[in-house]
Design a protein around this ligand. Structure first.
Ligand SMILES: [Fe+2]
Ligand SMILES: [Fe+2]
Length: 280
């Protein structure tokens, strides 16, 4: 099974490159499942119900979030009603949303997806290691393919979770820092790992926001509006191949789609069937 995790989608530029690329990527790469971290979709922070529907219409099968999950409160209804969107499993039990999603690929192979928040340089949350054990203990025995979106600031948090779950999940893939790391690997127990799969949005930016605004506020302490930037939009993520019999990963590679490549991918989908008459 081939699975793509798309890293933090930032604002409209991020949503647009997802809409232009995903269906073409499914064809070009032979993807069976597409997961997307959507915590920055709404103007750079949070996710609205309309954003959620836009991602699903674009071909995303499952949505994860992060520390900005409730920035747009109206997403709570979607988190409660839909079974392909999850909250971080180490949030309080009473927080809106489910701890994991149980999906199936087109051949009805079960897949579990969950996410966790790290604790270094982030707001206090419950223990992610205990939460991981709790989620894994709740999954049906026939679920071998398990993907974790580890949403954390520190590379050590990512590595610790990768090692803790090595051999128990198919992939531990990082999000949140918005900067892709070059450490994609298969750990000894068969878990695919990468500290951060990178950001989907404008890369001519500071983590997706306008450089001048962030620089001004950082230098002077005087608040400005951190508008979402516009330049050099890319879709970043990781593609993982998993042996469905064992749940072990067999390959992981980075994805970094430029705007020109997204255009080519959209043409892949838009091309009419061979028997159709040519447009004027
Ligand atoms: Fe983010
Ligand atoms: Fe985050």
């Amino acid at each position: 099974m081939r699975i793509l995790l798309i890293g933090d989608i930032v604002g409209k530029p991020g949503r647009q490159i997802v809409a232009r690329s995903v269906r073409g990527l499914v064809i070009q790469e032979g993807l069976d499942l597409v997961i997307a971290n959507a915590e920055n979709c709404a103007g750079g922070s949070g996710l609205t119900p309309a954003n959620y529907r836009e991602l699903i219409a674009a071909g995303v099968d499952c949505v994860t979030l992060g520390d900005h999950i409730y920035r747009r409160k109206e997403i709570a209804a979607v988190l409660e009603s839909e079974n392909n969107i999850v909250k971080p499993a180490n949030y309080p039990a009473d927080a809106p949303g489910r701890d994991f999603a149980l999906l199936q690929d087109h051949e009805h192979v079960p897949v579990a997806v969950f996410s966790l928040l790290g604790r270094v340089f982030m707001k206090p949350v419950d223990c992610p290691f205990d939460a991981a054990d709790r989620v894994l203990g709740q999954l049906p025995a026939d679920v071998k393919v398990i993907i974790l979106d580890m949403h954390a600031e520190a590379t050590s948090d990512m590595q610790l979770m990768g090692r803790y779950l090595d051999g128990r999940v198919s992939a531990v893939l990082g999000t949140h820092t918005h900067v892709a790391t070059a450490d994609q690997q298969i750990l000894p127990g068969g878990t695919a790992f990468q500290c951060d799969v990178g950001m989907t949005g404008p890369h001519e930016s500071i983590l997706g926001r306008r450089i001048d605004r962030v620089l001004e506020t950082t230098r002077t302490g005087y608040p400005t509006h951190f508008e979402v930037a516009t330049g050099d939009v890319r879709l970043c993520g990781a593609i993982v191949d998993v042996d469905t019999a064992t749940g072990r990963a067999t390959a992981i590679r980075r994805v970094n789609i430029t705007e020109a490549e997204a255009d080519a991918l959209s043409r892949l989908v838009a091309e009419p069937p061979a028997e159709s008459p040519q447009a004027e």
